[in-house]
Design a protein. Structure first.
Length: 143
């Protein structure tokens, strides 16, 4: 007499215990690192011991923001006269249309509101500048 056995069905359950352990470890890591990311560090942006830029055959576009928040462009017809944000965007767009690989920098006065420097960077990006650099004063050159 043979008894007929029914084949067992396979269980399709996943053991989630190891995944819960991993999730708890990740949660702890994120809880520890999040306060470190949200705290700011006080810096004095205008001074930096940065390397001097190597000279190129293309003169870069330099937007200067003075202490009163006025904008100047080194490639304008009158570089020592303040220009409006609309004129700045138009002139930079024309210069970048001629040479899209031209370097673009912002030179902000130490006393200017940081928002004015950020606004200059946004205007440059709207004009087509892919990357915008910040110019600083090297304190070692003045000693």
């Amino acid at each position: 007499m043979r008894t007929r056995r029914r084949p067992r069905k396979r269980m399709a359950e996943i053991n989630v215990v190891p995944y819960i352990d991993v999730m708890l470890v990740l949660l702890i890591i994120f809880m520890v690192t999040t306060p470190l990311l949200s705290q700011g560090v006080k810096v004095n942006l205008p001074h930096a011991a940065a390397k001097k830029l190597s000279p190129t055959h293309n003169q870069p576009l330099i937007v200067t923001v003075n202490a009163r928040g006025q904008y100047f462009l080194n490639k304008s017809a009158t570089p020592k006269t303040p220009i409006s944000t609309i004129a700045l965007t138009r002139m930079v767009k024309a210069q970048l249309h001629q040479n899209p690989k031209r370097k673009v920098y912002v030179r902000g006065d130490r006393a200017v509101d940081y928002g004015k420097v950020v606004q200059a960077m946004v205007l440059l990006q709207k004009a087509g500048a892919g990357t915008v650099g910040l110019m600083t004063d090297n304190p070692q050159q003045h000693s």
